[in-house]
Design a protein around this ligand. Structure first.
Ligand code: CTP
Ligand code: MG
Length: 256
């Protein structure tokens, strides 16, 4: 792209980033109000906690790919029939394999280990809240136990490990599919593809963690619609708002 039109395009993208940041902040507020109205505010807080616990390995792997990525591109430089790269130079074997393996999975294991240790202290708080009728939707303590420790221990540890691996690699695969779509739409590597960029990895993290529930519904839960909707709002919100703030305070050159 020539310099002039790149500057123009950057300007337009920056404007879109700001508008989207406001839109997602409003959606976030709407989600809080709707869930609080239909169920209770405590259920919304539970949704927030469950969602973050479930998706954390995906978020961390996504960041990890940037840290440990680089090197040989997965598509080997190959061009698709449409004359554009299959995935592009920004999708590397290192990022795909090592992002989850060296960053996402080990950090997530550490975080969950902490929650397993803390569970005896969290459990009575949840039981007390449930017993005074704080929850309409998540009144069973088993929900909390599933998200915090993978279910009853020791089998919960195995559930957690499976969830962490699937969520981490789900994020890595989703990110590739996002890039594949971007190239098909003619968007160059590194240029923004709003909402898809922010959601590709989260959608595939969710799909991947749902797979074992189809095989073993006794041990695994399919994340309910409430959690799915929440994550589809939270993920772009966090990403766009964080990047916009980083851009406004001058840490980043572009708000994406
Ligand atoms: N990365 C990588 N391998 C991957 C995924 C990411 O090496 N499989 C690294 C690359 O250094 C990439 C960075 O993480 O530049 C940021 O990833 P992302 O934001 O997804 O890349 P984009 O620059 O947006 O590329 P694309 O347009 O293909 O999405
Ligand atoms: Mg991407």
């Amino acid at each position: 792209m020539p310099d002039e039109s790149l500057i123009e395009s950057d300007k337009r993208e920056k404007k879109i980033a700001k508008i989207l940041a406001v839109c997602f902040a409003l959606l976030f507020l709407a989600d809080f109000m709707i869930v609080s109205f239909i169920f209770s505010w405590a259920d919304w807080v539970a949704t927030l906690i469950f969602s973050l616990l479930l998706i954390a390995p995906g978020y961390i792997s996504n960041a990890g790919m940037v840290l440990v990525g680089g090197g040989k591109p997965i598509d080997g430089g190959k061009i698709c029939k449409d004359g554009r790269r299959i995935l592009g130079d920004h999708k590397t074997v290192n990022g795909l394999i090592k992002g989850p393996l060296y960053v996402g999975i080990p950090i997530s294991l550490g975080i969950y280990l902490l929650f397993i240790i803390l569970w005896p202290f969290i459990n009575p708080i949840v039981e007390a809240a449930a017993s005074i009728g704080q929850y309409q939707l998540y009144s069973e303590v088993s929900y909390y136990q599933y998200y915090f420790t993978g279910g009853s221990l020791p089998i919960g540890v195995l559930v957690l490990i499976i969830r962490i691996i699937l969520c981490s690699y789900g994020a890595a695969v989703g990110d590739l599919i996002g890039s594949f779509l971007k190239r098909r739409f003619g968007i160059e590597s590194g240029r923004p593809f709003w909402v898809i960029d922010q959601l590709d990895f989260a959608i595939f993290s969710m799909l991947f963690v749902s797979i074992p529930a189809l095989i073993s519904p006794n041990l695994f839960l399919i994340p309910d619609l409430n959690i799915f909707i929440f994550l589809m709002i939270l993920t772009p919100s966090v990403s766009i708002i964080a990047n916009t703030i980083a851009y406004v305070i001058g840490v980043k050159d572009v708000p994406w």
